[in-house]
Design a protein around this ligand. Structure first.
Ligand SMILES: *Cc1c(COP(=O)(O)O)cnc(C)c1O
Length: 350
């Protein structure tokens, strides 16, 4: 009789929220769609993709568009089927069985998940109640446990707080580990190390089209690193990991520099609106609610009775993310969605 091995025996498939919610503020997606003339370009291009052929294994066209957008060399860019795939490829390739990985907590859960599938030992840097990373403490732990790989999001999902460039540089030069800085939300902030990957032999920066660019559905992410790391990544990824249609659509969207800039601005404005509304609620319900500052497209709050509030919001057709027992993460939506959320949230607090 065949038995599943113990590392996968108790796993269950990732389960996004079930049910139909008119207001979706739970997955940090963008509420904006590309303008009609860009959609028209996409439709036209989709009709001419040679679907009978395998796609370009290098995904050269979207990599070039991404490089141009950020003024970096296309030679430093590797595309993935979402940055999620790249996290999996990095853990699979840069870790040997039994190596020690360091992640932070709270942070994006996939780092720990892929390291465990790859049979690495995982240690977690526990953030303090202020939810910040102390870089010196992280460096000490990396040395103490002979850590081979450090993964964290900057700015962080779900805390929405981040490390400055200077802090990340210090980490990079103080450890022997490979450091993966997941900048999924960096389009909303300004502490990116994307321009500096050539300066380090141990840095991979990850970016995604799923957040600011509003294309979670096409699955496209990028890893940026020096040539040695890039060659390794290209050698270990599956050859046709980014499909032809995604390559085409991604190339078109990434060339829309003005639209990307203005979308990020609109999303930040919406987050400021959401944040201001939550701060008002914080004031009105002293002690019950704590709102954390945000540099991303979502806001994290600590709330007594978060589970109950989460349930009430769902009953009203509003999905936000419940984290543990006392945190809610709310994605910035359009004006109507933010207003609907704030109205229901305030009512639930009473
Ligand atoms: C949303 C998110 C991603 C994006 O993953 P994709 O696979 O590119 O959609 C990566 N990292 C973090 C921290 C995220 O929140």
């Amino acid at each position: 009789m065949y038995r599943l091995n113990e590392k996968i025996r108790d796993l269950t498939p990732y389960q996004p929220i079930k049910g139909n919610y008119p207001v979706r503020l739970d997955a940090n997606e963008s509420f904006l769609s590309p303008p009609l003339h860009v959609m028209a370009k996409i439709m036209e291009a989709a009709a001419t993709v040679p679907y009978n052929r395998y796609p370009d294994s290098r995904a050269a066209e979207p990599c070039a568009a991404f490089a141009l957008l950020h003024n970096i060399s296309a030679e430093s860019v590797t595309a993935g089927n979402g940055s999620d795939e790249l996290i999996s490829v990095i853990c699979g390739a840069f870790l040997m069985k039994g190596d020690t990985v360091m992640t932070a907590s709270p942070d994006f859960a996939m780092y720990r998940f892929y390291s465990s599938i790859d049979e690495a030992k995982c240690i977690e840097y526990q953030k303090k109640p202020d939810l910040l990373i102390n870089v010196n403490a992280m460096i000490s732990a990396a040395k103490e446990y002979d850590v081979k790989l450090i993964l964290f999001s900057n700015p962080c999902n779900p805390t929405s707080l981040g490390l400055t460039k200077a802090e990340v540089r210090k980490l990079l030069t103080s450890v022997n580990a490979l450091v993966v800085v997941d900048e999924a939300y960096m389009d909303f902030w300004s502490e990116s190390l994307l321009q500096e990957t050539e300066n380090y032999d141990n840095l991979i920066v990850l970016r995604t089209c799923s957040k600011a660019i509003g294309m979670a559905g096409i699955r496209l992410g990028f890893a940026v690193a020096n040539s040695t790391l890039t060659n390794a990544l290209r050698a270990v990824k599956s050859p046709y990991n980014v499909n032809a249609l995604t390559q085409k659509i991604g190339s078109i969207l990434l060339s829309e520099k003005e639209w990307i800039r203005s979308s990020a601005k609109k999303i930040v404005r919406s987050r400021e609106e959401l944040y201001a509304g939550l701060k008002r609620a914080e004031k009105n319900h002293g002690g019950k609610l704590e709102v954390f500052p945000s540099v991303t497209n979502f806001v994290l709050v600590r709330l007594s009775g978060a589970e109950q509030t989460h349930r009430k919001l769902l009953e009203e057709g509003i999905a936000v993310r419940l984290l543990g027992e006392s945190y809610l993460r709310i994605t910035a939506g359009n004006a109507r969605e933010n207003a609907a959320f704030l109205r229901t949230f305030e009512a639930a607090l009473k």
